[in-house]
Design a protein around this ligand. Structure first.
Ligand code: CS2
Length: 482
């Protein structure tokens, strides 16, 4: 059998019948959005929303900026930025996305990146650079000791997201490019406020006039983004080629469900995302908290416990009756009571709908993928909930279990192809291997001092940790923790 033709503008018309593709004019894409971090999550989510509005408003195609790798650019440049989005369910659906106008990489294209950030046609900057990309210190401000930030502040060229953003804003100020909205799309509580603070602190450390200009001209709304997006595999590539008749070097798969709630605080023009289902609200915080605590927290719980129990995917872990019952009770009884009510949605229904999504048999979401970067994720996903509970005089409850499971996960022996992916891995793994819970709790980049000094919390964590010495012990602990 001959290889299918590679997807590109020139071959788009050869796609299989029924495969949706852009009807707007691809050759006239002028980016109105600059996005940092063109990974799978962005291409599953923001780029699909932009694609949906381009028919009615041609201003909103995207200039992608990759800071650390050239992989996405290498895959999509020969395809004129086009790629296939596979919506997975029992009846999968495929859609060709055309919102990526260009792909820039920081290595070698820095000048173009600054030009795009300064251009008056650019009205919105978005980011999915993951938690660690924000270079934050435990107090929530910019980490001036982060090696990348420290090198930039000492006069080095930008390498970090914050560094590039501030350099672009300086160029925009110099060229009178006009006001701008910078919209964080990462899984951090109060993501916009955090990003705004990091940018302000960076600018104040380098150029007071610029800091003042940013305060007057740039807004940093928060947003909550949601769509489960497992990493692309060769099986997905084959499935996409068979369904569309075109070869895509890097298609993206995600569940059908998607949600984007954005704080309505725009300085430049606002894309008509509401026509594509985006909710613009005054206060994102209740949505953000509900999602981080009731979806991402349980996801990480399934990941660490599931891996300790020998499961591979989220759906596998959900088929384990003790594990799924434990997670459901933790959500309803330990997490939901810490949350504010959501407009138009009961928290209990929200929790149940998340559990349904975790059960989706059409998705193979590897627990090992979710287990990455625990030191960056758990403060937002679990520790905020624990802090709220303790401040309200409630016990730590079941939430000690995922944290103890993370410690046990960090201690697992690893082979060559199985490196621990976590920026604090080298510091945490030896402490976890020694079973030193006190030393782990003393890592201030992860654990707020208030919790490390809380006797009830420490005792609950130690007890859960002791109960998970091996797979069988973990399985029977889960039964009793029910
Ligand atoms: C997951 C998230 O990998 C992870 O840590 O918990 O990527 C999750 O799938 C998304 O936030 C869902 O919107």
């Amino acid at each position: 059998m001959s290889e299918p033709t590679r997807l590109s503008r020139a071959t788009l018309a050869q796609r299989a019948p029924g495969i949706a593709a852009p009807v707007y004019q691809l050759e006239r894409r002028t980016p109105g959005i600059v996005h940092f971090g063109p990974g799978a999550f962005h291409r599953a989510h923001q780029a699909a929303y932009a694609d949906a509005v381009l028919d009615s408003d041609p201003r909103w195609s995207i200039s992608e900026v990759a800071l650390n790798s050239t992989g996405t650019a290498d895959a999509l440049q020969p395809q004129d930025g086009l790629y296939v989005l596979a919506l997975l369910s029992e009846t999968p659906e495929y859609r060709i996305i055309g919102s990526i106008a260009e792909l820039l990489t920081a290595r070698g294209q820095g000048e173009l990146i600054l030009q795009r950030l300064a251009a008056p046609t650019t009205q919105l900057v978005t980011s999915t650079v993951t938690e660690k990309g924000y270079c934050l210190s435990p107090d929530g401000g910019l980490d001036m000791n982060h090696p990348g930030i420290a090198a930039e502040l000492a006069g080095g060229a930008p390498t970090t997201f914050i560094g590039w953003l501030v350099a672009g804003l300086a160029r925009r100020k110099a060229e009178a490019g006009g006001p701008l909205t910078v919209l964080s799309c990462d899984n951090l509580a109060h993501n916009g406020a955090r990003l705004g603070r990091a940018v302000r602190e960076y600018a104040e450390a380098t150029d007071a006039d610029l800091a003042a200009w940013i305060a007057d001209n740039v807004s940093f709304p928060s947003s909550m983004v949601d769509s489960i997006t497992p990493a692309t595999t060769d099986a997905v590539r084959d499935q996409v080629a068979a369904a569309t008749g075109l070869q895509d070097a890097w298609p993206i798969q995600r569940e059908r469900f998607t949600q984007w709630v954005i704080e309505d605080d725009f300085r430049g023009a606002r894309p008509p995302f509401e026509t594509a289902g985006v909710q613009f609200v005054r206060d994102v915080a209740p949505f953000e908290e509900a999602k981080l605590r009731l979806l991402n927290g349980p996801h990480s719980t399934l990941a660490y416990l599931g891996l300790l129990l020998g499961h591979e995917t989220v759906a596998d872990a959900m088929r384990d009756p003790d594990l799924s019952a434990f997670v459901a009770r933790m959500m309803h009884e330990d997490i939901a009571p810490t949350l504010r009510t959501l407009e138009g949605m009961e928290l209990a229904d929200y929790a149940d709908s998340v559990l349904d999504r975790f059960r989706n048999p059409a998705i193979r979401h590897l627990l090992s993928q979710i287990a990455w970067d625990g030191s960056q994720k758990l403060p937002f996903r679990i520790l905020g909930t624990v802090l709220d509970r303790r401040r309200a005089g409630l016990p730590t409850g079941r939430l000690a279990v995922p944290l103890a499971a993370w410690f046990r996960f960090l201690a697992l022996p690893r082979g060559d192809g199985d490196k621990l992916v976590d920026p604090l891995g080298d510091q945490l793994a030896p402490l976890a291997a020694a079973g030193d819970v006190d030393a782990l709790l003393a890592v201030e980049a992860v654990f707020p001092r208030e919790l490390a000094a809380d006797a009830e919390f420490v005792a609950a964590l130690k007890q859960a940790h002791a109960a998970m010495s091996n797979r069988n012990a973990t399985a029977s602990m889960l039964k009793t923790a029910l």
